[in-house]
Design a protein around this ligand. Structure first.
Ligand code: CP
Length: 314
């Protein structure tokens, strides 16, 4: 497994493929279950006591930043933090990413970083002596999101093999679906339906990985064609901020909406996931349907991140 020497020595978390070994996934799931049970009893381990973690975000975040910071505090660690790092750190004065990482190494035991440029987490990890956790790098990857996604699938459906999943929306720029595709490559009997406008198709590099891994997939623009076939609808936001040309965004804005009519057409035991935030692609009118799993999914992120921090720093 890349980024690790053995299971006790997971260091940097840069890409989802680091977690392709089933044993490693099971260890993280089991630890996350344990964290949730201990949290319910108010008995979380204080395994990060004495540890300082930098939460360094160049891009906006609600779930990733707050769940990581809450996890650090709950496990007895301390957080030093900046949002909008390009504005509120010396990056604004022209300091390079490499220098910034070297400086953070002087102060903290780990760095959680969200950056707007694909590949930046890898560059940071090549400089850093302390662990770097990729909290999303532009249109690249979001490996901790993929872990909480696959953990949610395990909890909601009871298995991560022999599944059919529709990934819907912005598959071109969506880092959550890129990382999830990499994790699904290691699952058996998976069928993926990629549902997107033509301009937002899943990039070829990810499709090639699936072909090489022998995973079945189909691409379509028509959501209705797949609704009764899938166990999971993984809905994503069409990300206005990633478009260089606003006119291109206007053409695909609001392309898909999952609502009460959609629910009539899906399997009774299918689940609806979304990494969130959402805008118009899931109507809040379905939030109370038991199949709407996206808020449970966000909650699972807290325990997956506790588990990762405990493994890396505990
Ligand atoms: N899912 C996710 O990454 O959400 P945030 O952008 O709010 O962190």
């Amino acid at each position: 497994m890349r980024g690790t020497d053995n299971k006790a020595k997971l260091k940097h978390v840069i890409e989802a493929k680091q977690f392709s070994e089933r044993k490693m996934l099971q260890e993280i799931f089991s630890k996350a279950d344990d964290m949730a049970a201990k949290d319910a009893k108010g008995k979380l381990p204080q395994s990060l006591k004495g540890k300082r973690v930098a939460s360094f975000f160049y891009e906006e975040s609600t779930r990733t930043r707050f769940s990581f910071e809450a996890a650090i505090l709950a496990l007895g660690g301390k957080v030093v933090s900046t949002e909008k790092a390009s504005q509120f750190s010396s990056v604004a004065k022209g300091e390079t990413l490499t220098d910034t990482i070297k400086i953070l190494n002087c102060y903290v035991h780990a760095i959680i970083m969200r950056h707007n440029i694909k590949g930046s987490a890898k560059i940071a990890s090549e400089t850093s002596k302390v662990p770097v956790i990729n909290a999303g790098d532009g249109q690249g990857e979001h490996p901790t999101q993929a872990l909480l996604d696959i953990y949610t699938i395990q909890k909601e459906i009871g298995r991560i093999d022999n599944l059919s999943i529709a990934m819907i929306g912005d598959l071109r720029y969506g880092r959550t679906v890129h990382s999830l595709v990499y994790l699904l490559e290691s699952c058996k009997g998976v069928k993926i339906y990629f549902v997107s406008p033509k301009s937002l198709r899943m990039p070829e590099e990810y499709l090639k990985g699936l072909k090489d891994a022998g995973i079945q997939f189909e691409e379509t623009e028509d959501l209705n064609k797949v609704l009764d076939k899938v166990d999971i609808l993984y809905v994503t936001r069409i990300q206005k901020e990633r478009f260089e040309n606003p006119e291109e965004y206007e053409k695909v804005k609001g392309y898909y909406t999952v609502n009460k009519e959609t629910l009539k057409k899906i399997k009774k035991d299918a689940i609806i996931m979304h990494p969130l935030p959402r805008v118009t692609e899931i109507d809040p009118e379905i939030d109370d349907d038991p199949r709407a799993a996206y808020f449970r999914q966000a909650r699972n992120g807290l325990y997956i991140r506790m588990a990762l921090l405990d493994i890396i720093l505990g």
